[in-house]
Design a protein around this ligand. Structure first.
Ligand SMILES: [Fe+2]
Ligand SMILES: [Fe+2]
Length: 262
């Protein structure tokens, strides 16, 4: 099978050697993003019209996007820090593609804020982003700063990625057409990032099971921040109560595949 034939879902089914050979390359990255980014302007097709948004809904959307910008800032800073910590060159190459992805995510979300009429997106993100995602960012960067490769990779490419994947996917289903397209493009990248996190960390933990205890402790600490962020976003997007459990499922599935029970 050629790299360009691989669907994101199939990335998860590759054995570690095939994953490293195929996915951890700029070849794979370019062929992946080409399909859904060519012809777009800041993450959406230029011919999509802005749908009318009631002022209170617009305010809620801006708050949600500011939280996403804080999450993507954490992902950009985390991924770039992980390049230096990665124990092998294949991982460094993959992480460099992830840095590009995260920079793009931040850019298109900041641009979406401007399209919605926010005069100073930078200041608005600082004003509106919630405490849970700020604390998550602080904790992630502290792990990176201390050089804790396994723990930082878990926080970044399993917990943060699974949270973003789940929230963005759920939000895209009920968003205005432009926001939906922007989020759908981001979700495709986040799926690739989770695949890398699971694959690299899974292999590492099989070789060094002594790291499991540290990861379990970290997971218990970070779960609360993830769930707080879920809660805040759910409130702002207006997801009905009976659909809310779905939000945590992908997160728990990603963590569960690495052998960490909830
Ligand atoms: Fe991202
Ligand atoms: Fe990501």
């Amino acid at each position: 099978m050629e790299e360009r034939d691989l669907e994101p879902a199939e990335v998860h089914d590759l054995d570690p050697l095939a994953f490293r050979k195929r996915v951890q390359s700029f070849e794979f990255w370019f062929q992946s993003v080409e399909g859904y980014l060519s012809g777009t302007h800041y993450g959406h097709r230029p011919d999509v019209r802005e749908a009318p948004i009631e002022p209170p809904d617009r305010e809620r959307l801006i708050t949600v996007l500011c939280n996403y910008c804080m999450g993507e800032t954490a992902a950009l800073e985390g991924a770039s820090g992980l390049v230096a910590l990665a124990p092998n060159r294949h991982a460094k190459v993959f992480l460099s593609t992830q840095v590009v992805d995260e920079g793009r995510h931040l850019e298109v979300l900041l641009h979406r804020l401007a399209e919605l009429g926010v005069a100073d997106p930078e200041a608005e993100v600082e004003r509106r982003a919630g405490s849970a995602i700020r604390e998550f960012r602080r904790r992630l960067l502290a792990l990176v700063g201390r050089g804790e490769w396994e723990a930082a990779l878990f926080a970044q490419n399993v917990i943060l990625e699974a949270m973003e994947f789940t929230v963005f996917q759920t939000h895209a289903r009920r968003a205005d057409p432009i926001t939906a397209q922007v989020l759908e493009g981001i979700v495709k990248d986040e799926r690739r990032h989770i695949g890398f996190g699971e694959n690299e960390l899974g292999r590492r933990l099989r070789e060094h099971p002594e790291h499991r205890a540290r990861i379990s402790t970290l997971r218990r600490e970070l779960d609360a921040l993830v769930l707080d962020t879920f809660e805040q976003t759910i409130r702002e997007i207006g997801i009905p109560a009976d659909e809310r459990p779905e939000l945590g499922r992908s997160y728990l599935a990603a963590v569960g595949r690495l052998g960490f029970a909830s």
